[in-house]
Design a protein around this ligand. Structure first.
Ligand code: FSX
Ligand code: SF4
Ligand code: F3S
Length: 393
């Protein structure tokens, strides 16, 4: 904590109140605020402003709508900890309407929504989870007798901010794939205006919470990219920050689930990892809380590109990714030295590196991967073996 003065400005009473309210020690609370400030990419010292905003600002009323989805976005929020995130979420916001969490049902639930919209007119945050079917006049999703398409328009009209949470609400997600029988559409498409999107199936709960806290702390939503995604979370390719990246650069790939390379944590590119064409902060801000470093690639599964329209649920999982942004690997000195015999990963990398000096890096990287694949095939043929179960370096 750098700006201790500002934090102590919060006053002992505020910190005591926070301790009681959240059932957290002040150390845990301040650590949590620092985590959120880091997630938002705020400069050093900003955690004080975050701590102050959460402790003192009025909780924004949130109306949370569910349409075509699996409720995984809500689950992702509620299954998080550090320390029990759901406690903090439910304290930072005033969740006035959420179909799967509220005790009210039927007419009472409808009344709660209407009441929140009236009481907090122009000030509430509308969160939409799930895609909105527009085909056949939107008849494929109704809640309380209202069509999703009408509900979202009605609730958005007086909202201070609209957040589309999850890939379904952000760009159509899973329900919009294939022939899209219901015309599943994004919130922005239905409202005809851009909204903040937090894609992911499910999305990272810290990205949602950081967006809300940004709104609380600075009175405005964070800066977004052309797809409405907060830049603090979605401006880097997964491939840029992946812990397996050194293996990619050195040409060490898992070739099959469960083979030696897979067991040793090698790069999952050849199993179809879409990290090279997917923007998200999954490698840096893990989530899921089934243990440290818990994110798809960390668990041994290739990224399917769930935050990226046109990648997740669209490209086959086994299809190798398009290299969007080729950074230094070809210019780096070789990490793996050639052992002297046959075509190895190292010799393939060396060939590609030489050729790379004369041609475009992206083209050469693709060739590099092809060469290393050819090298593996050649080695396999030489050894007369089936697909390898031994790590090759
Ligand atoms: Fe499910 Fe949310 Fe995926 Fe969609 O997440 S986790 S189908 S993004 O809307 O509930
Ligand atoms: Fe990580 Fe996937 Fe990139 Fe390999 S291809 S370094 S597993 S993001
Ligand atoms: Fe989704 Fe890939 Fe992250 S599958 S959760 S974008 S690692």
């Amino acid at each position: 904590m750098s700006d201790t003065n500002e934090i102590f400005d919060l006053g002992r009473q505020s910190l005591d109140a926070i301790e009681q309210r959240l059932d957290l020690s002040r150390r845990e609370y301040l650590q949590f605020c620092a985590t959120l400030a880091v997630t938002m990419g705020l400069p050093k010292g900003s955690e004080a402003a975050v701590a102050k905003a959460i402790a003192t600002a009025q909780r924004p009323s949130v109306i949370w709508l569910h349409f075509q989805e699996c409720t995984g976005c809500s689950e992702s929020l509620l299954r998080a900890e550090h320390p029990t995130l759901e406690k903090l979420i439910l304290d930072v916001i005033s969740l006035d309407y959420h179909e799967t969490l509220m005790a009210a049902a039927g007419h009472q639930a409808e009344a709660a929504r209407k009441n929140a919209m009236k009481t907090h007119k122009g000030k509430y945050v509308l969160v939409v989870e799930g895609a909105i079917p527009v085909k056949d006049n939107g008849i494929y999703c109704k809640i309380g007798g209202h069509k999703a398409i009408d509900l979202v328009k009605e609730c958005a009209a007086d909202a201070a901010a609209v957040i589309a949470i999850g890939s379904c609400a952000s760009w159509g997600g899973m329900p919009s794939t294939g022939p899209n029988p219901t015309g599943a559409s994004s919130v922005a498409e239905v409202l005809g205006k851009p909204v903040v999107t937090i894609p992911g199936c499910p999305p990272n709960p810290y990205n949602f919470l950081a967006t809300v806290v940004h709104f609380l702390t600075f009175g405005k939503l964070p800066e977004v990219d052309q797809l409405g995604r907060p830049k603090f979370a979605y401006s880097r390719l997964i491939h840029e920050n992946c812990e397996r990246r050194a293996h990619f650069d050195a040409g060490r790939f898992a070739m099959e689930f469960g083979d030696a390379g897979h067991r040793q944590g090698y790069c999952l590119y050849k199993l179809g990892c879409k990290g090279p064409e997917t923007y998200a902060n999954c490698p840096t801000i893990g989530f899921g809380d089934a243990g440290e470093n818990n994110w798809p690639v960390g668990c041994g599964h290739p990224c399917i590109g769930c935050t990226e329209k046109g990648v997740g649920f669209t490209k086959p999982i086994h299809q190798v990714a398009k290299m969007l942004n080729v950074t230094p690997p070809l210019q780096y000195p070789r990490i793996v030295e050639e052992q002297g015999k046959g075509a190895t990963f190292a010799s393939a990398a060396a060939l590609a590196a030489l050729a790379g000096a004369a041609a475009g890096a992206a083209v050469m990287l693709t060739r590099n991967l092809g060469l290393s694949h050819a090298a593996e095939e050649a080695e396999r043929a030489k050894a007369g073996s089936k697909p390898q179960d031994k790590a090759q370096v």
